[in-house]
Design a protein. Structure first.
Length: 259
């Protein structure tokens, strides 16, 4: 199995992702929030590329079961129902709801992956579910770090370290023959350097410091809890839902590669 990794979505053309298995990682906070929302009972999350699309799509869906969630600058978008703190997506606020979702980087990475053969959402909170999915499919995969568009080169330390932890867990699996791209190897090295204290790494990261500065300190501790939310969001059509064996109702099957 070959694992490739991109450090940001800046130069990704969505047609490059067609027919690939893609893992989207945006630890602070889009991936963590999507995982929390589906873990807490949201029906689906529909990632969109911009705010206008979010307003248009949610306007055409039934108001009482559709919410708008997301952020700009880390804060809730005016006119939305939810911001982007995973702590807002409680069972009481989102159970059974469809959430139209727009964030600065993460939802764009998810939207750009809409042509993928399989797209799943990963973070520290569901890391083992991600590596279990990859080992089960046992096909080449691209780990797509959403990155941080506010950083000059779009690099996000926390996303890269999380991608490196995926590589670390796969490399420890029996009978797993891994071929790593240079970027995947670099992320693995970053994990070996920063993985001893994920919470400290998040707290000291550029976006972690920014979020703490605007009042979201608790999100950092929440996002650092490895395997605390053992569910796997997978793209089904235009919506992210829980994979079949985790959901309370019928869910999408994994799309096998055409041999
Ligand atoms: C993003 O999508 O860039 C992040 O999730 C932003 C955030 O939530 O602070």
């Amino acid at each position: 199995m070959k694992i490739d990794l991109t450090f940001s979505v800046n130069n990704i053309d969505e047609l490059q992702l067609r027919d690939k298995n893609v893992v989207v990682i945006d630890v602070l906070r889009a991936s963590t929030t999507v995982i929390a929302a589906l873990h807490n009972g949201a029906r689906e999350i529909i990632p969109v590329s911009n705010i206008e699309s979010a307003v248009k799509i949610s306007g055409s869906l039934f108001g009482d079961v559709t919410l708008r969630g997301g952020e700009r600058g880390g804060k809730m978008i005016q006119g939305f129902n939810l911001g982007n703190s995973p702590l807002e997506y409680t069972e009481a606020s989102i159970k059974g709801k469809s959430i139209i979702y727009s964030t600065t980087n993460g939802s764009i990475a998810m939207w750009k992956s809409r042509f993928a053969r399989n797209m799943v959402v990963g973070a520290f909170v569901n890391l083992s579910k991600v590596t279990e999915f990859l080992s089960k499919t046992n096909e080449d995969a691209l780990v797509m770090c959403a990155g941080d568009s506010s950083e000059p080169n779009g690099f996000s330390l926390e996303d890269a370290v999380c991608g490196g932890m995926v590589v670390q867990q796969l490399s420890q699996m029996k009978n797993m023959e891994l071929e790593l791209s240079d970027s995947a190897r670099a992320a693995h090295t970053l994990y070996k350097s920063f993985g001893r204290s994920i919470q400290k790494m998040l707290k000291d990261s550029a976006h972690g410091k920014y979020l703490a500065g605007i009042g979201y300190k608790e999100d950092i501790q929440y996002s650092a809890q490895v395997d605390s939310l053992p569910v796997l969001p997978i793209l089904s059509g235009s919506a992210l839902k829980l994979k079949k064996d985790e959901k309370r109702a019928a869910e999408p099957e994994i799309t096998p590669a055409v041999k």
